[in-house]
Design a protein around this ligand. Structure first.
Ligand code: NAD
Ligand code: G6P
Ligand code: MN
Length: 442
């Protein structure tokens, strides 16, 4: 049977990740066919920089799709089926401050973890609530697939504000990216690996990696490999040093806690001092990304525009971010029950953790959303870690919704990358000043 064609709206379409996402839509045009693609951003200049390349690409590789570039919400959300949300409130300018301000206090400076992730969460929440309201004004049945970071905090906020909305899914590509890396090491097809996983977003562990053809759990083999070898991402050749160091720290975490395979993001919580020591306060990940992906993609798009053709210009495709977004939408649209690691309200999946926590677990994606695999009770060590981090997430959300300074201070003090209330207060005051156009607390 022919698959129904879909209308997709990309929010934050001025991001330089979007050309590769369009490459994924092209790659999967049979699996997830499009009728219309709307590229929406609040900053039309960012879309303009990519527009010619996108038009030429769609013309060459994907005929018959209606293409709309817009900064008008109404136009973006009327009659849409899937909203892929990939916005960055405050752009790279604010990401840079999220990373650099904490380093002034010898605290981890990171996009989604620690005080930087906190400040970013405070910015994302308002913009995301507005987006969901607008989408629902126009398309009450559209699926909202959210990738906007810090996804852990955004997920808690959206669940609190829209508790009855069953068509909002929050997703992260890091477990997917790690599975692709595991598959490369083990020389198997990543789609043959069925993970089991638990935790919070950017704060979780793989417990099993079932190899579908035989049912074997591949984790013992992987652990054996990782004892003697550096863990490298599948695309190590294209990665900057900070990402290679990040993957390497999985080996280090395993040397202390070998039970499960940790998500790379746990490094910030286990080794905050070492991470700070290894950081350059004048050149953080946002600088790397600006000088890497941002520059390369913008140059390629500029060239396409100048020559008005794709001659000598590659099709950007195959990125985990884009592929996963399309595969997730495909599994929902055609009820495929493919397995992904996704955020969902706990509700007893892990009985000894709060019911309202937005946990990250493996499950099958169906037309009604995630059908999670049961996890069962988790051991005291993981329970303690997760409860502390969840308390931080919850207080962060409450703090921004209530403009509550005290809760913000409590949140940062609970965060394992901070701990000391003296430092928590200093960094909070600094971040509040830098973010005064976005959030304020009393
Ligand atoms: P980027 O800064 O390159 O682009 C983001 C775009 O969002 C910009 O063009 C900006 O103008 C636009 N924007 C800002 N506020 C907006 C709003 N209110 N509505 C619509 N558009 C808005 O960002 P990027 O590096 O591609 O990342 C985009 C987002 O996706 C970030 O939140 C990032 O953290 C997140 N991300 C998440 C995952 C994941 O695992 N969930 C993976 C990759 C990226
Ligand atoms: C991974 C994470 C995302 C994060 C991204 C940062 O994909 O899952 O949540 O936003 O890395 O990548 P960047 O290249 O922008 O540093
Ligand atoms: Mn992520």
């Amino acid at each position: 049977m022919e698959r129904k064609k879909q209308v997709v709206t990309i929010v934050g379409a001025g991001s330089t990740r979007i050309p590769a996402l369009i490459g994924s839509l092209i790659h999967y045009k049979k699996e997830f066919p499009l009728q219309k693609l709307v590229l929406f951003d609040i900053d039309m200049n960012r879309i303009e920089a990519l527009r010619h390349y996108i038009e030429l690409t769609m013309e060459k590789y994907y005929e018959g799709v209606e293409l709309v570039f817009t900064d008008k919400e109404d136009e973006a959300y009327i009659g849409t089926d899937y909203v892929f949300c990939n916005m960055r409130a405050g752009n790279f300018e604010m990401r840079s401050l999220d990373e650099k301000i904490p380093l002034k206090y010898d605290l981890v400076g990171q996009e989604t973890c620690g005080p930087g992730g906190f400040a970013y969460g405070m910015r994302s929440i308002g913009a995301m609530i507005d987006m969901v309201k607008k989408v629902r004004e126009h398309s009450k049945d559209a699926w909202i697939l959210n990738y906007t970071n810090p996804a852990a905090i955004v997920a808690v906020a959206l669940d609190k504000v829209f508790p009855e909305d069953k068509k909002i899914l929050n997703i992260c590509d890091q477990p997917y990216s790690m599975i692709r890396s595991f598959a490369k090491i083990l020389e198997v097809d990543m789609y043959d690996i069925e993970p089991r996983y638990f935790g919070l977003n950017h704060f979780g562990w793989f417990t099993k990696l079932y190899y579908a053809p035989t049912g074997e759990d591949l984790i013992p083999k992987l652990k054996e490999f990782l004892i003697g070898n550096e863990f490298r991402p599948y695309n190590a050749e294209q990665r900057e040093q900070s990402w290679l160091d990040t993957y390497k720290n999985v080996n280090k975490m395993l040397s202390f806690f070998p039970e499960y395979l940790p998500n790379t993001y746990l490094q910030y919580y286990f080794f905050p001092e070492e991470i700070v020591k290894g950081s350059n306060p004048n050149y953080t990940r946002s600088d790397e990304a600006l000088n890497g992906r941002e520059r390369e993609v913008l140059e390629l798009c500029k060239k396409a525009k100048e020559q008005n053709s794709l001659d000598g210009i590659p099709l950007l495709a195959g990125a985990v971010h884009g592929n996963m977004m399309v595969e997730v939408a495909e599994s929902i649209a055609y009820d495929l029950k493919k397995v992904f690691v996704i955020m969902t309200r706990n509700e007893g999946i892990i009985p000894n953790l709060p019911k309202d926590a937005m946990i990250e677990v493996a499950g099958e994606l169906t037309k009604t959303g995630i059908d999670p695999y049961e996890v069962g009770e988790v051991d005291t060590f993981y329970k303690g870690l997760i409860e502390g981090q969840y308390a931080y997430e919850k207080l962060t959300v409450e703090s921004v919704l209530e403009c509550n300074y005290e809760k913000a201070l409590q949140a940062l003090t609970l965060n394992r990358t901070v701990v000391n209330p003296v430092k928590a207060k200093a960094v909070l005051d600094d971040l509040m000043e830098a973010n005064k156009d976005y959030w304020y607390l009393k």
